[in-house]
Design a protein. Structure first.
Length: 230
């Protein structure tokens, strides 16, 4: 069950997804083929993948988007993470400040810009980031042994933080682990401080990571994940 007051205060929440086991199995099997073939722990640019679109259109996802954002919410990034003993990593404390746009357009509040593959990665202004929502669908049980996320509850309310500000804040706080069961969703705001430790277990930790936004971009900026007509 979604508790809006709690989410607004904490910036994250674990909820039961309610997705059919067949969809979880299909995501696990098909997306896992990409990581096994590439011998890497993640896959990007999945926004138009049929299974991802099926997940986005599912009533459970749509109900959450209607509650947390609006009917204008768009999928702007989709990734798959496959953390295992073969592909193991850690990520330090950070906020998700970067979005993917189709082209570079110099505009106040946007930057720095960095080209990557077919698009541009850029730090977005706070007015955009606060209108975004991340859904992380767990395809395995996740806990501290196999690298579940850790967060600082309420840190999304601190705005955009520099590295120095982040270090100063962290010195005063204790992290909170976010274990989840297979099929659970972790909802979070991009500006929530979070990190991921290495796995110390033979159990995999596979996650579908979806980012949505319902804020219109200032013209002529355009999401890289969307066709030109959108």
């Amino acid at each position: 069950m979604m508790h809006l007051d709690t989410f607004a205060e904490q910036g994250w929440q674990i909820v039961a997804g309610g997705y059919p086991t067949a969809l979880l199995d299909a995501l696990q099997s098909e997306l896992g083929q990409y990581t096994r073939q590439a011998h890497q722990g993640g896959v990007r640019d999945l926004e138009q993948h049929p299974l991802i679109l099926q997940l986005v259109r599912h009533p459970c996802t749509q109900a959450l988007l209607q509650t947390m954002l609006s009917d204008q919410a768009l999928l702007v990034r989709a990734l798959y993470f496959d953390k295992s003993s073969e592909n193991n990593w850690q990520v330090g404390w950070h906020q998700d400040k970067t979005v993917m746009l189709a082209a570079r357009v110099e505009m106040p509040g946007w930057g720095p810009w960095r080209p990557r593959d077919h698009c541009w990665h850029v730090q977005a202004p706070q007015t955009i980031l606060t209108r975004m929502l991340t859904l992380r669908l767990h395809l395995d049980d996740a806990d501290t042994d196999n690298g579940c996320l850790q967060v600082h509850s309420g840190s999304h309310l601190w705005g955009l933080l520099s590295q120095a500000e982040t270090r100063a804040r962290l010195a005063q706080l204790s992290p909170l682990s976010c274990p989840a069961k297979r099929g659970d969703l972790m909802l979070m705001r991009p500006l929530l401080l979070h990190r991921s430790s290495k796995s110390h277990s033979p159990r995999p930790r596979r996650v579908v990571h979806l980012e949505f936004c319902d804020a219109p971009l200032p013209a002529p900026l355009r999401w890289a994940a969307l066709p030109e007509s959108c």
